[in-house]
Each structure stands twice: as structure tokens, then as C-alpha cells.
Design a protein around this ligand. Sequence first.
Ligand SMILES: [Zn+2]
Length: 94
Amino acid sequence: MKGFCFRCRAAVALPGRVGRRDACPSCGWDLHIGLNCTFYEPGAYNDCREPQAERVTVKDRANFCDFFTLRETPPETAPDKGDVKDRLRALFKD
Ligand SMILES: [Zn+2]
């Protein structure tokens, strides 16, 4: 499964599905979290586009959601907004 870490924006590739104990190889943060999920949508009911998913209130810690699917697109903005230097650094990283 391939995707991105919401926290450090690193590309993540795992041999199988993301498990609850899997962590980002770059920053060590939990991967099985709402913020990394393809169904995550701020503003939607429960901030989730999957209507059958159980309510998960903590979005940045590992959860038990069976519908978790690692998002394949890079996060657009960091949750803490970061600062300008960080954003510039990210821009010129490649
Ligand atoms: Zn990370």
C-alpha cells in the first residue's frame, strides 16, 4: 500500500495494508490514523466520507477503523499550518 504521511509528508510504501501499529518510516508517527485516510474529509459528518465507518474522534492517533485506506495524494496543508520556512523547504525539496 502506498501513500503519504500527513505529518512529514513523506511518501510511504508498505508491502500490505496499513496496520494499526505501523508507523511512518520517516517521522515515526502512527500511519493508521484519520488524517492519513483517503476518506478523511474535514467538514463532512464525522470528518469522514465513509458512511459506515465508526466514529473516530481522534484523527491523529492510530485507530481501529476497518475502512482505513491510506491516501494516495500528498496532504495539501499541514494540520499545524507550519511556518513559511517549512513550506519553502518543502517546495524546494525536490
Ligand atoms: Zn511521517
